[in-house]
Ligand binder design. Structure first.
Ligand code: SF4
Length: 328
């Protein structure tokens, strides 16, 4: 991060009426700021060759598998695809074969909350969580987002359930995040993308929140992923994936990647260095190699049970998953 991390809310404010005062922050908001800030002279500095080294790592290790791909139909690799294939391969393959997805209050509420938080960060006039959620619901209903049809046709009680859950999550966000100063350069839904091997493989995603910016070769940005559920091991890998794509995109990775758990108020902050980026690249190589082999039916999918068995479409016929849930 740049200016915000350097001297957060103690900075003289150009507009004291709209800037948070130190004593206006609750302890959780104060802690969030403290976890994300760092003096500029501690920001890691990267040389011009970083982007080339990461690209050589990825393209060298993926060149063989990319023979099966074309630029007409590139393989798009997201954090979701990587988390899926590094989790239970059988579940990932079943979802990949049939990507149809049934929306429900449980799956829609997180997206509505994300949209409302995004609106709240970017509005010039503050608004209460309920107002933000109502605007988010209207915007998403009129959009071409995946849940738009469901929002247009769901019954009043399902809509009320989504609204209530989303309001609670926006309130949770406001409880643990300080109001974000414009000087901190907050950016929501920041698109990141890197094309590999002439565009045959595309690493892409959207960062929930970016704060700060690089200063030359010095890493000054922090990227934040908001989670509306509980902790999962792959959440840290999600952040590192974004760091890798950002490094491939502009040659300087974020200084740190953070996961903000809205329900608990916890925030996990992981520093980034070149070793972390090469580890993320190795995970991409492994994931892409597995995805290609599974799609080509060259690999028998492994069943790796976990808490997600509960929502798996194969559960009825999966002895491994049912045994795991019975034990749990
Ligand atoms: S039920 Fe669990 S172990 Fe079985 S396929 Fe689904 S996620 Fe994998």
């Amino acid at each position: 991060m740049t200016d915000p991390p350097q001297e957060p809310p103690r900075d003289p404010s150009p507009d004291a009426a709209t800037e948070p005062r130190d004593d206006a922050l609750n302890p959780a908001q104060r802690e969030t700021l403290d976890r994300l800030t760092a003096p500029r002279d501690t920001w890691p500095e990267y040389d011009q060759g970083l982007r080339r080294r990461l690209r050589e790592h990825l393209e060298g290790d993926l060149s063989e598998v990319a023979v099966a791909l074309s630029t007409d139909r590139p393989m798009r690799v997201s954090k979701h695809a990587l988390a899926g294939v590094h989790g239970c391969e059988a579940r990932w393959l079943a979802d990949d074969d049939d990507p149809s997805f049934e929306a429900s209050p449980a799956t829609v509420r997180g997206s509505v909350a994300h949209k409302a938080i995004e609106l709240g960060i970017n509005r010039r006039e503050p608004a209460a969580p309920a107002e933000l959620v109502d605007i988010a619901l209207d915007r998403l209903t009129e959009s071409d987002a995946w849940m738009a049809d469901w929002l247009r046709t769901c019954d009043e009680d399902d809509r009320a359930e989504v609204r209530a859950a989303a309001i609670a999550k926006v309130q949770s966000f406001e409880d643990v995040w300080p109001p974000l100063k414009p000087a901190w350069r907050p950016v929501t839904e920041l698109p990141v993308r890197a094309d590999l091997l002439g565009g045959r493989i595309v690493l892409a995603g959207r960062v929930d929140l970016g704060l700060g910016r690089p200063d030359g070769g010095r890493a000054g940005r922090v990227v934040v992923d908001f989670k509306t559920g509980g902790f999962a091991v792959h959440h840290r890998d999600d952040g590192r994936f974004y760091a890798l794509v950002e490094a491939l995109r502009i040659g300087v990775p974020p200084r740190a990647v953070a996961t903000s758990y809205l329900d608990s108020g916890a925030i996990h902050v992981d520093p980034v260095d070149e070793d972390v980026l090469h580890a993320a690249a190795a995970r991409v190589v492994d994931g892409v190699t597995r995805i290609v082999a599974l799609r080509e039916r060259q690999l028998e999918p492994e069943r790796r049970p976990s808490a997600v068995c509960r929502w798996c479409r194969l559960l009825d016929t999966c002895d491994v998953g049912r045994a795991h849930l019975a034990d749990a």
